[in-house]
Design a protein around this ligand. Structure first.
Ligand SMILES: [Zn+2]
Length: 126
């Protein structure tokens, strides 16, 4: 069983939803499952939660220096869209972890984001 650590960076959110817990649970669910399945080493994902105005889009993802991956997600969207955006960025993490993707990887991420969000909603949340 691999360890997936989630670190929280910027937290610029005024709503009362538990975004931190939700993203921690979602990252653990998807990335943990993936690492386990492919017997990959431990990974650390730093999650920044911001509003889209500051982010200039709904989500971004890049490789970090100290943390393995840095994911930024905008919270001023519906909870389903928030989860789908997070899943979208995490698909990029999985692409980097497995070392392969097609084109810019966007097609796969877009195709999977709502499926993963809904799957997490149904079975992964608790
Ligand atoms: Zn993308």
């Amino acid at each position: 069983m691999q360890t997936i650590s989630v670190k929280h960076g910027t937290y610029n959110v005024h709503k009362k939803l538990c975004y931190r817990e939700l993203s921690e649970s979602a990252v653990g669910w998807l990335v943990g499952w993936f690492l386990d399945k492919h017997k990959l080493s431990d990974t650390c994902v730093l999650v920044n939660l911001q509003i889209s105005k500051q982010l200039d889009c709904w989500g971004t993802c890049h490789e970090g220096d100290n943390d393995d991956y840095i994911v930024n997600v905008a919270t001023d969207q519906s909870i389903r869209d928030f989860l789908a955006t997070l899943m979208h960025e995490l698909v990029h993490v999985l692409q980097w972890e497995r070392g392969t993707w097609e084109g810019d990887g966007e097609e796969e991420a877009e195709k999977k984001q709502y499926k993963l969000a809904d799957k997490f909603w149904k079975e992964g949340m608790l």
